[in-house]
Design a protein around this ligand. Structure first.
Ligand code: DX5
Ligand code: ZN
Length: 220
């Protein structure tokens, strides 16, 4: 059996009771909390900043994973690190000097992740892969929760799995976007080991715990 981690994305949580929703996810066995940061430039939406990470830090013992969908991510790495982020994920497409950005994250003592948009080839990662802790493959175009999984991304996840196995097997391969009980097993089959899920966790009528159980069973 493959050990799969679940990373609920709070983008789909009820923001009026965010702390409570994060606690619910932790109690239901979440492995980390995924925080989607958007600036209205890199993606056509605006969400949260370091203040939200700071507010959540005392609420949970889980790692806080910050997915930066912003231009010039280098400008904000220190602020998110100080706010209590554990993993800092930057887009290949948004980091002009990706190697420098990854080194910056590591100097801050945080886990460094790189993210690929659907149209970006795994080849873009080749030179930096030995330096990173996480690779995140977007399985939707970034910007919004609740979008449909792009099936052609499964081939890319398989290629990323091969690269990681050859170069640095302890790199965690994550998928993000449109992950639910139907797509989770496909993503795991292709080689993903961490599943980010927003609507499939927080928009379910039977609640967060039941939703996470469903995802975990599907992914096992
Ligand atoms: C999209 C974000 C995702 C989003 C996923 O740009 O990066 O983390 O929350 O939401 P679902 O799981 O609803 O597709
Ligand atoms: Zn995300």
């Amino acid at each position: 059996m493959t050990a799969v981690k679940l990373a609920p994305s709070i983008l789909s949580a009820d923001f009026a009771r965010l702390g409570e929703q994060v606690r619910e996810a932790e109690q239901a066995g979440a492995d980390r909390i995924h925080v989607d940061v958007m600036d209205g430039h890199f993606v056509p939406n605006i969400t949260m900043g370091p203040l939200v990470v700071q507010a959540l830090r005392p609420v949970t013992r889980l790692p806080l994973e910050v997915h930066l969908m912003i231009e010039e991510p280098d400008r904000f790495l220190d602020a998110f690190a100080e706010a209590g982020a554990d993993n800092l994920l930057v887009h290949v497409e948004g980091a002009v000097n990706l190697h420098r950005t990854v080194q910056h994250v590591k100097h801050l003592g945080k886990k460094a992740g790189v993210v690929l948009n659907p149209a970006t080839s795994p080849v873009m990662l080749a030179e930096v892969l030995p330096d990173v802790d996480l690779v995140l493959a977007m399985t939707v175009n970034p910007g919004f929760g609740g979008q449909a999984f792009i099936p052609s991304m499964l081939g890319k996840v398989r290629r990323l799995r091969q690269m990681i196995d050859q170069v640095k097997p302890d790199v965690e391969l994550e998928v993000d976007g449109g992950i639910d009980h139907a797509t989770a097993p496909q993503a795991v089959q292709a080689g993903a080991r961490v599943l980010v899920a927003g609507s499939a966790v927080f928009h379910q009528p039977d609640g967060v715990a039941a939703a996470m159980r469903r995802l975990r069973e599907a992914a096992a």
